[in-house]
Ligand binder design. Structure first.
Ligand code: 2BA
Length: 114
């Protein structure tokens, strides 16, 4: 029997720190949003993170943002740069605040499960 197709109007892409990805998955499942996930790498720090794709019907977005906000934490990471002018490759750790989650919500022109 064919399942009724949900009306998906938007796609949220959520970049989440690896440490928060399991709690995020559970939080989304608890409110009925099982999301596709893939392993990604941040372009700036080069740390591993997890990107979720979440299909949204009208009115879903705030509920999903609330669930992600409840589990995704800000953390301070350290960026190691070589000291300019130094003969030694000593790292100078620079603190960078990462997270909670980076969200992009885009309109969906077509959604179909075939
Ligand atoms: P990353 O690219 O590894 O960035 C990690 C953190 O480094 C960022 O945290 C931000 O605090 C800082 N950062 C990134 N680019 C920077 C720059 N050009 N100058 C100074 N600081 C910079 P978040 O903003 O929380 O981003 C977390 C992760 O979300 C990023 O990891 C990246 O994978 C993704 N992301 C963030 N903004 C994005 C964007 N505009 N487009 C695509 N992915 C993005």
């Amino acid at each position: 029997m064919t399942q009724p197709t949900r009306s998906i109007h938007a796609l949220m892409t959520a970049v989440i720190q690896e440490q928060d990805s399991d709690p995020a998955r559970r939080a989304l499942e608890a409110i009925g949003f099982p999301a596709v996930r893939f392993s990604t790498t941040g372009g700036f720090l080069g740390r591993r993170n997890v990107t979720f794709l979440i299909g949204l019907a009208n009115g879903d977005e705030e509920q999903v943002v609330h669930a992600l906000r409840s589990v995704c934490r800000q953390r301070v990471e350290y960026l190691a740069l070589p000291l300019e002018g130094s003969p030694l490759p000593l790292p100078t750790p620079i603190p960078v605040t990462v997270g909670g989650a980076t969200l992009f919500t885009l309109p969906v022109e077509r959604f179909e499960e075939i």
